[in-house]
Each structure stands twice: as C-alpha cells, then as structure tokens.
Design a protein around this ligand. Sequence first.
Ligand SMILES: [Fe+2]
Ligand SMILES: [Fe+2]
Length: 159
Amino acid sequence: MAKLLGASTWEAELYEHLTSHEAAEAEMLAEYREVATASSSKAFRYLSDLIIEDEIRHHRIFRDLAAALKNDVEIDPEEPAIPNIGDWGHDAATVLRLTETLLGHERDDAKELRRLVSHLKGLKQESLWQLLVKLMEMDTAKHIEILKFIKRDARKSLE
Ligand SMILES: [Fe+2]
Ligand SMILES: [Fe+2]
C-alpha cells in the first residue's frame, strides 16, 4: 500500500484506515454485483442495484478522503480531491442565499414525502413502494444535513 511521505503517526494511521476501508468497500461492491446476478428475482436485483449505487459513492468518498489526506500531508500543490471550504469562493453571501432556497425546497419535499407515506398506508399489501419512499425520506434528511452544514459555515465566514 502507498505510504505517506513525512506523515505523523496519527496521519499515517488515518491514511491506513482510509485506504483499508476503501478496499473493504470495493469488496462489498463486488459482492453486491455478484449477488445481484445470482438470483432470478427482479425485485432482489432492483434493491441490490440501489445499494450498489450507494457503494460506488462510498468507495469514491473513501478514495477522495485518502487522496485529500495525502495531498495535505505531502503539501502537494495539486487541487485536493476534496476541496477546501476556504471562504466559499469569496462569495459566501451567494452560497448562503442559494442554500437557504434549497433548504426550503428540501423541507417542502420532506413534508410531501410524509404525506405520501400516509397515503401508501392504504395499500392492501406491503410492497417495495413503501420502502422506496422511506429511502427517499432518508435521502432528504441527508440533503438537509449537507445544506445545514453549508449554511452554518457560510454564515460563519460572513461574520
Ligand atoms: Fe459502504
Ligand atoms: Fe433532495
């Protein structure tokens, strides 16, 4: 495995952690791909495909984190894989305004999904539909989390 030049013990350990987790994510991904084709169930394949999409993203994020750490430690002038927040491109005010609009939409979306959930309770039998709507609710919570982070930080850089 690649080593970090000039890393402290803490950095070296974190790097090891990130890269080994990245490898584990890659294995998981391969396993899901295999499993998805091992059954003739279309429903099973549909759901494992949803997980595969997430696993691809997890793999990417771990790779980016490791690359960003390497970049940081080795004082590499190249653009880091995960950009620095800086002051939001010298325009925290615009970022804040855009974020507040998006946050409002996500909150409306969350309410809409809640309504849909109670609507679906009327279905005679449980189907994948309920699960999919629940997953979208979870995604919406995630989007709100991202936007709240931006809002907090952009506000701070305007102080
Ligand atoms: Fe994962
Ligand atoms: Fe969203």
